[in-house]
Design a protein around this ligand. Structure first.
Ligand code: GTP
Ligand code: SPV
Ligand code: MN
Length: 609
């Protein structure tokens, strides 16, 4: 038997409720050792992980890890929200009764950490002092050291965040047990994995994966699923898969904050990071606040505020290069203590590579291994065209490493929100940008976000589907209530944000090229949106929103011909067809507020339906 009390004493963990929780799970999982960690332990844990071969060196102060090849993305099927209230069942949350899931997970986890250390990770998903701090504390227990290294980068980790909490519901219990990855039947009818958030008990039980979204419980399971449930249950805040950025117009001195949701692997990290300071002749300064999660609330002054609860970036590696996202490359420079997962790795030179890092893969292939660990030099002819890196391979770095991180990124006050945007990979129909000034229509637009799913979830790449507000994989409560909660929170704000739908991914149906250059150029439509909000431009009114004229968009230094005309146009016939699909989509949701249906009928009417 482990002496849990002694381990907790050594780790400075004094909170009685947390101590009881750790003791209970140490016994159930059968871990051999218990160790409390904090961010200050990072260097020692890195050294231990290198020594154990769990990570490899990837340059000075950079590290490489490979997860099991069947464990490289989130699994939506295996992800479940459980509660004690059948009325919490929604369309997307895979609801199950808590009374069924808790015993099942306890069975899976019983004895499953034998021989391993159980790490105790006390964390905070908020800048300290945030008005939402009481929803942000948690304690992840994991038997995986690589998960600890990731959590230290992605969250604020220290016992001081939880020691003074004074009741047993004031922290999220988040238990992660890796399991025997080689024998879990991933993706088969005998799949053993379960990723369960018991939302009304603020308990997260994840079994059977060491991949980020399944294993870093502070991030997706607490930061999104539990957070959004708490935000709804308390009636106080919204929790969304949103990026958050600030744009300062140096000429006028005005600063704007824009947040918004794009489905997984659809451009949030790139948008928040890559709109570099020199963009558009140095007139604008763009600051990074967050790239994956935003918590939004109405402050005492009546304004809508937003904050990023995370402390790091878990970014898609693919296509990250000096042209597309130089800021991201700076954030993973030698010395940043960044981690790379499931990219290609050269065991001789300790370099890493992924598709799109350079135009072609390294010509000297000696020493290179692909994301599965196989030598590139031993590939058969059939395998020659397979990617070296997994499409969902990622880099992990802290916010402080991001060159354009906002000076006030840790200010607990948060930032006032001027605009909320939605977007995704939509190959046709959706123009570059369409602005929406009515709140109900903006919420309706988020709820009807349709885009291609990506490799960030297993087995879904390329599938066209609705992904409301980009929350489909993270939705924890019913969609009708979700819409009502949105209308309530935004309704309480005295200054309403402007909404917009953006699309960087419209393609030429003939040759498949992207009609818009994307990446750093995405600042241009956002500037237009702010000008529209200020009444400096008018745009063209269409049934689905206001679209910029070619003249209104700042096109300095950009060569774009008729492709731009195509993405500034509305194909009304195609939109009329879309309205029928939307009707079917929204009809699934019980209790959808009448304002949302009214918005739908207004748009349909304007399209002549
Ligand atoms: P998650 O972390 O999974 O939630 O994803 P994300 O929304 O932060 O996606 P990210 O910005 O990491 O982008 C995912 C992929 O989309 C990367 O391969 C990018 O290179 C690509 N991408 C991002 N922005 C653009 C763009 O403006 N145009 C094009 N063509 N590709 C883009
Ligand atoms: C996503 O899949 O949307 C991510 C990465 O942001 S993960 O943390 O794996 O969920
Ligand atoms: Mn995400």
């Amino acid at each position: 038997m482990v002496d849990v009390a002694q381990a907790l004493d050594e780790g400075g963990l004094t909170n009685k409720y947390v101590r009881d929780y750790v003791a209970e799970w140490a016994e159930l999982t059968g871990a051999d050792r218990v160790e409390v960690v904090s961010a200050a332990d990072d260097a020692r844990l890195i050294a231990e992980a290198l020594e154990a071969g769990e990570i490899q060196p990837a340059g000075e102060g950079l590290y490489y890890s490979r997860s099991y090849f069947k464990d490289t993305a989130r699994s939506e099927e295996r992800t479940i929200v459980a509660t004690n209230r059948p009325e919490d069942r929604g369309i997307y949350n895979n609801w199950r009764p808590a009374s069924e899931m808790k015993p099942l997970l306890m069975d899976k986890m019983r004895g499953a950490s034998a021989g391993k250390t159980m790490y105790v990770i006390p964390y905070l998903m908020a800048p300290p002092g945030s008005p939402l701090e009481r929803y942000a504390a948690g304690v992840e227990l994991t038997d995986n050291r690589s998960v600890v290294l990731h959590m230290i980068r992605m969250a604020r980790v220290d016992a001081s965040y939880i020691n003074d909490l004074d009741d047993q519901d004031s922290f999220v219990r988040a238990v992660h047990v890796t399991g025997d990855l080689e024998n879990l039947g991933q993706g088969t009818p005998h799949d053993q994995r379960y990723f369960v958030t018991v939302a009304d008990e603020r308990t997260i039980l994840h079994f059977g994966s060491s991949y980020g979204g399944n294993a870093l419980l502070g991030k997706i399971a607490h930061g999104l699923r539990q957070g959004s449930y708490d935000g709804w249950a308390s009636g106080k805040f919204l929790v969304e898969q949103f990026m958050l950025l600030g744009i300062t117009d140096k000429e006028t001195g005005k600063k704007y904050h824009i947040c918004g949701g794009f489905p997984s692997a659809s451009g949030k990290t790139n948008l928040a990071m890559t709109l570099a300071p020199d963009a558009l002749g140095d007139r604008y300064y763009v600051e990074f606040y967050g790239d994956d999660i935003a918590w939004l609330w109405v402050g005492d002054d009546g304004k809508l505020y937003g904050m990023n609860p995370e402390n790091g970036v878990f970014g898609v590696a693919k296509d990250t290069n000096a042209d597309t996202n130089p800021t991201a490359l700076d954030s993973i420079e030698p010395g940043t203590q960044a981690l790379f997962t499931n990219v290609a790795y050269n065991e001789d030179t300790h370099e890493v590579w992924w598709e799109g890092k350079t135009k072609n893969p390294p010509s000297e292939i000696t020493g290179w291994r692909d994301w599965k660990g196989n030598l590139i030099s031993e590939r058969s002819e059939d395998e020659a065209d397979e990617p070296w890196a997994h499409p969902n391979s990622r880099f992990t770095t802290t916010l402080a490493n991001v060159p354009n991180v906002a000076k006030d990124f840790e200010d607990p006050k948060g930032v006032p929100i001027d605009a909320i945007i939605f977007g995704g990979r939509t190959r046709d129909r959706e123009p570059l940008i369409r602005a929406i000034t009515d709140v109900a229509e903006g919420v309706y637009d988020g709820l009807t976000l349709g885009a291609e799913a990506t490799f960030a979830a297993d087995g879904l790449d390329g599938q066209l589907r609705y992904d409301p507000m980009s929350m489909r994989p993270f939705m924890s409560y019913p969609e009708g209530a979700y819409a009502a909660h949105w209308l309530k929170i935004i309704g309480e704000a005295t200054e309403k944000p402007i909404f917009a739908h953006v699309n960087w991914f419209q393609k030429d149906p003939e040759d498949g090229h992207f009609l818009w250059p994307g990446y750093r150029e995405n600042l241009r439509p956002l500037i237009w949106l702010m000008q529209l909000k200020n009444g400096e431009v008018e745009g063209n009114k269409t049934p689905v929103g206001i679209i910029p004229t070619r003249e209104e968009l700042n096109l300095d230094g950009l060569e774009i011909g008729e492709d731009l005309d195509r993405i500034l146009a509305i194909d009304e016939e195609r939109w009329r067809q879309e309205m029928g699909f939307r009707e079917g989509h929204l009809s699934q949701f019980d209790g959808l507020p009448e304002e949302i249906w009214e918005a739908h009928r207004r748009v349909a009417g304007d399209l002549g339906l």
